[in-house]
Design a protein around this ligand. Structure first.
Ligand SMILES: Cc1cc2nc3c(=O)[nH]c(=O)nc-3n(C[C@H](O)[C@H](O)[C@H](O)COP(=O)(O)OP(=O)(O)OC[C@H]3O[C@@H](n4cnc5c(N)ncnc54)[C@H](O)[C@@H]3O)c2cc1C
Length: 567
């Protein structure tokens, strides 16, 4: 059997290596348009920031490795330019010599990835404007940055003794992963960075109140944010700098501009082969990664996948799905019944040592779908046992189905990145297994004081959700407090910092002796700082015949909601 794979990075390289492991006799050709196969796209922003110092560290595999170790005819600088699906051939062009050859195939795998969006804006081709997509892209950025700060800040025109330290300025366009990671890395390199984001929040998959925390965190580390604005064009200034013009009329000066405004599936070859393209613009595949042509499979950023939370088709540009799909495609070609289960968009982003992560359905997606059969909870837990040094507070939002307790989605963030990762990865595995919040209660996770808690935040999420669903602790949220009877059970010094107008304060230790001050005919909305004392107070009230609900996440979530409303 002769198999040709187009694209030699995440999906393509995984497919090629798995094919060889399954079939020693197959003839496998893997073609890659660029100069490198199997490189670490995900490491590129960190090479810009010099966290990954050597370019060679990004090159995980090589043409020689695929040839030597796997017996794969691996061709770099080789672009597939046309597919003749009827005759089962592919035209390949050597990008150095221009020579075109035609190769027949029995099975073809498309793994061409996605291209960076590059809108036709005035001045977009000016020097100093870059994408972060390939190794040559990062090399060009580093060379540009290393020309020196005098050049970058236009200080080469400065005459006389230099008394001022030049400020180097970067503008990053786009507030997704790549934009934020690159912004952080440019800040590491001493740049004053402004990030322009077209929408009202960073990191689109997050719910807005969680994104607000990310925004605050990035701003505290020096990032200047321009939200709800787009780039209208670029102009060359004297001294090598650029002017970035925004749709709202702002003019920002930049020594370097990074465009990270999204990616679009590479589908030109698929279209030329007559393959079905979906409504979202990706190649349509079935659960076996087979396209509308049974001899052509497709994987990675180029394909549409089913979001198994919503059942909708979606485009997910993530390395994990691409790698798994490459492996599944190889299995299927070799006669195995492997299937892709769909995606849940599990993601994490590092932010100055901390992290934000998410998996499954967000609340905004549920609202968009008009789905009201869900409840959410907010809680704050320690990264590890509070008594062991270094514990950091982690914030969680967990969403579950009201009718059957099924876990739907989770978002978390905190200053301890690995601790965020551990919890969201755990939630992700549970969601994929179709677990309920009761499974979270019973989860048996690793524990020693420096790593976790005997009751891990994952268990806590299940316990809180069970209290909500069983009626032991009804919850409410800050968007429902207008005109409500509010009971603040914090201690007086906490009120000195921040208080809620109109709320009655009875500190928790006094509550049992002051029940007479509370109404029996109204719902009492209880709150504390994070929700824990609110829970204890709610239990006291419910068992004394009051109608009480706990404001989920307490004052900490009030601050988040206030940030969203103030935008
Ligand atoms: C800067 C950056 C950071 C990222 N960080 C993360 C992260 O932290 N976590 C995460 O999960 N994901 C991350 N991703 C996304 C992840 O890298 C992609 O989802 C994944 O690489 C997709 O795999 P793929 O095989 O579909 O495409 P790619 O890995 O992009 O490979 C496609 C290859 O096909 C080649 N090609 C295209 N057309 C042709 C043709 N006609 N002929 C020959 N070759 C062709 C391209 O040159 C390209 O090298 C990041 C991506 C970038 C760019």
């Amino acid at each position: 059997m002769k198999i040709i794979i187009i694209g030699g990075v995440a999906g393509g390289a995984s497919c090629a290596a798995r094919l060889r492991r399954l079939d020693e006799k197959a003839e496998i050709i893997m073609v890659e348009r660029g100069p490198y196969v199997s490189f670490a796209n995900c490491g590129l922003p960190y090479h810009v920031g010099n966290v990954i110092e050597k370019e060679s560290s990004l090159l995980i595999g090589s043409e020689q490795m695929f040839k030597g170790m796997f017996g794969i005819d691996c061709r770099i600088n080789c672009e597939a330019i046309a597919i003749d699906a009827a005759n089962k051939t592919v035209d390949l062009r050597d990008t150095k010599t221009g020579t075109v050859t035609t190769e027949p195939y029995d099975k073809l795998v498309l793994a061409p990835g996605a291209a960076s969006v590059h809108p036709p804006l005035p001045g977009i081709g000016l020097p100093g404007i870059f994408h972060v997509r390939t190794v040559p892209d990062t090399r060009a950025i580093r060379e540009w940055l290393e020309k020196g700060t005098d050049f970058l800040a236009g200080m080469s025109n400065y005459v006389g003794i230099q008394m001022v330290k030049p400020v180097t300025r970067a503008v990053v366009v786009g507030g997704g992963f790549i934009g934020l990671e690159t912004a952080e890395n440019l800040i590491h390199r001493g740049f004053e960075v402004t990030l322009i984001q077209k929408g009202p929040q960073l990191l689109g998959p997050l719910d807005p109140e969680i994104a607000c925390l990310v925004e605050g965190h990035m701003q505290r580390h020096g990032l200047k944010l321009v939200l709800d604005d787009g780039v209208a064009g670029f102009k060359q200034l004297d001294g090598g700098a650029l002017e970035v013009q925004t749709s709202s009329g702002k003019n920002l000066t930049a020594d370097v501009v990074i465009l990270a405004i999204g990616v679009r599936p590479e589908t030109s070859l698929a279209k030329s082969a007559g393959l079905t393209i979906g409504e979202r613009g990706g190649i349509v595949v079935d659960e076996h990664m087979v396209t509308s042509n049974p001899d052509i499979l497709a994987v990675g950023d180029a394909v549409e996948v089913t979001d198994f939370g919503t059942g909708e088709q979606s485009l997910i540009a993530l390395a994990g799905p691409a790698n798994r799909q490459g492996r599944i495609a190889a299995d299927v070609i070799c006669g195995r019944d492997s299937k892709y289960r769909g995606t849940q968009g599990t993601s994490i982003i590092g932010l100055f040592g901390g992290a934000a992560a998410w998996t499954g359905i967000s609340e905004k997606t549920l609202i968009r779908k008009g789905d009201t059969d869900y409840e959410k909870l907010y809680f704050f837990g320690n990264s590890h046992a509070g008594y062991y040094p270094g514990a950091q507070l982690l914030g969680f939002k967990v969403i579950f189905r009201k009718s059957d307790g099924k876990l739907l989605g989770a978002q978390a963030l905190g200053a301890d990145g690995p601790a965020v990762d551990k919890r969201i990865s755990t939630f992700a595995a549970f969601i994929q297994m179709g677990a309920t919040i009761h499974d979270l209660e019973e989860a048996e996770l690793c524990y020693a004081p420096q790593f976790g808690s005997a009751k891990d935040p994952v268990n806590f999420a299940g316990m809180i959700a069970d209290n909500i669903l069983s009626g032991a602790m009804p919850v409410c949220h800050w968007d429902t407090v207008d005109g409500a009877f509010l009971l603040d059970v914090r201690n007086p010094p906490e009120l000195a910092l921040e208080s809620v107008p109109g709320a009655l304060n009875i500190p928790l230790p006094q509550l049992r002796s002051r029940l007479g001050e509370l109404p029996k005919d109204r719902e009492i909305k209880v709150f504390c700082r994070s929700g824990q004392r609110g829970h204890y107070a709610t239990r006291i009230l419910l068992q004394n015949g009051f109608k009480a609900t706990n404001l989920s996440g307490g004052m900490l979530t009030r601050a988040m909601h206030a940030m969203v409303s103030s935008k």
